[in-house]
Design a protein around this ligand. Structure first.
Ligand SMILES: [Zn+2]
Length: 408
């Protein structure tokens, strides 16, 4: 290979030599960092004189590594799950019960932590159902179809019925608050509801509640569900607010209800939410008021939240444990979820026969063992075709209730 003519410009061989020197330099720096790191991991008393000298020689690296370790420790502490011991938990719940009793306008904010007992891992977290779907990984949709309102959902519904809770603001898309029987006007599902698809071309927006997850084809900025509005023929869309989106739908998001509730609130109870997303919604926290005029915060969460320092009380316990203790303190019965009374069955719109194959998600059965309506010899043939796959309509749940009463 001929040498290139050299006029001020380094030759190929020189350039190579410079590159090689750079690589060796980086390699040597990396080795020093590794060495310093190893020494730092040793307890001080066990370090040899040589090792101590290494630390002295590379003070800047020592400082940087210590800073990094500090940041890692803080992060780790924030992710750790902390549990109050039984006595502490009881004492704290007693304090919470007093606040609930005295509150004039109690608003509840809920997150994924209240649904984990319903086998919903959390919808949008790093290992959440939604995230897994986004990555194209299969998840068992039966988990979602089989999920039922948890004890916490049922307690909240009861507290609302007793007029102790005025409004519920949820980040969860699992629809379980709705299914617990909480009235819709008392609920804001800020990130949507996986069972609801809407036609935004109809005015007012037309809503279709389904008995299956309508979001299987949707993703960031792609909300079309593939089904069509039976009134205007436009494509329906999901109601989910994906990461990086701003939710503008009136229902089920109900921002109006959420911000009005926050304005009126004197106590806010946060259940099972990291509050990392909720904290960004300033209007939920009355941040425009001086600290003393803001609602009092009670937080139930196993992990650290960015609002911990502002809370009157932080309870480290599982939501179901805390809520069952709370109900005992308040002398209230915890209602048991009964599928027969699940409002979703009466709210649901039947799929048209040609739409039956428009999804692959498991359909919520109104009762176990009643998956296959065609096996029911009772109904007229015409009805049997209409309900195929979407057998879940209003008539069906009424039928179930009648049958159940007969058994009693
Ligand atoms: Zn329409």
């Amino acid at each position: 290979m001929a040498e290139e003519p050299d006029v001020g410009v380094p030759s190929r061989a020189e350039r190579k030599a410079i590159e090689k020197a750079k690589i060796l330099q980086r390699e040597s720096e990396r080795n020093i960092v590794r060495l310093v790191g190893r020494v730092l991991k040793k307890p001080e008393a066990e370090r040899t004189d040589e090792e101590a000298a290494v630390l002295l020689l590379h003070g800047a690296i020592v400082e940087e590594l210590c800073k990094r370790q500090g940041r890692r420790n803080v992060l780790k502490r924030k992710q750790e799950e902390v549990f109050d011991d039984a006595d502490e938990l009881k004492a704290k719940v007693r304090q919470l019960a007093m606040a609930v009793n005295q509150a004039k306008h109690l608003v509840v904010y809920t997150g994924a932590g209240i649904s984990t007992a319903a086998s919903i891992p959390d919808y949008r977290g790093p290992n959440g159902v939604w995230t897994q779907l986004q990555k194209g990984r299969p998840i068992s949709s039966s988990d979602l179809g089989k999920a039922e309102p948890t004890l916490t959902h049922m307690c909240i519904k009861m507290l609302h019925k007793e007029k102790m809770v005025k409004h519920v603001v949820s980040q969860n898309c699992d629809g379980l608050h709705l299914r617990s029987g909480l009235p819709r006007n008392a609920l804001s599902e800020l990130h949507g509801n996986m069972f609801i698809e809407v036609c935004t071309f109809c005015s007012p927006v037309r809503e279709y509640v389904r008995l299956f997850d309508v979001t299987e084809r949707t993703s960031l900025h792609r909300h079309g569900t593939g089904r069509r509005c039976s009134h205007c023929g436009s494509e329906l869309r999901d109601t989910i607010v994906h990461f990086g989106e701003r939710g503008t739908l009136e229902q089920p998001l109900n921002w109006k209800g959420a911000s009005e509730a926050a304005k009126m609130a004197d106590v806010i109870l946060c259940l099972g939410s990291s509050l990392k997303v909720l904290k960004k919604y300033g209007c939920l926290w009355c941040m425009n008021r001086p600290l003393s005029k803001r609602p009092k915060l009670y937080i139930v969460n196993l992990q650290w939240t960015p609002k911990d320092d502002l809370a009157v009380l932080k309870i480290h316990g599982k939501c179901d444990d805390v809520m069952s203790l709370l109900m005992k303190e308040l002398n209230l019965q915890i209602p048991v979820y009964d599928r027969v009374e699940d409002p979703i069955f009466s709210l649901a719109t039947l799929l048209q026969p040609e739409e039956v194959d428009s999804h692959t998600r498991e359909v919520i059965a109104s009762s176990d063992g009643q998956q296959n309506r065609s096996a029911d010899p009772g109904g007229p043939a015409e009805e049997a075709t209409a309900v195929q796959g979407g057998w879940f309509g209003r008539g069906y749940s009424k039928g179930r209730r009648r049958r159940k009463k007969l058994h009693n």
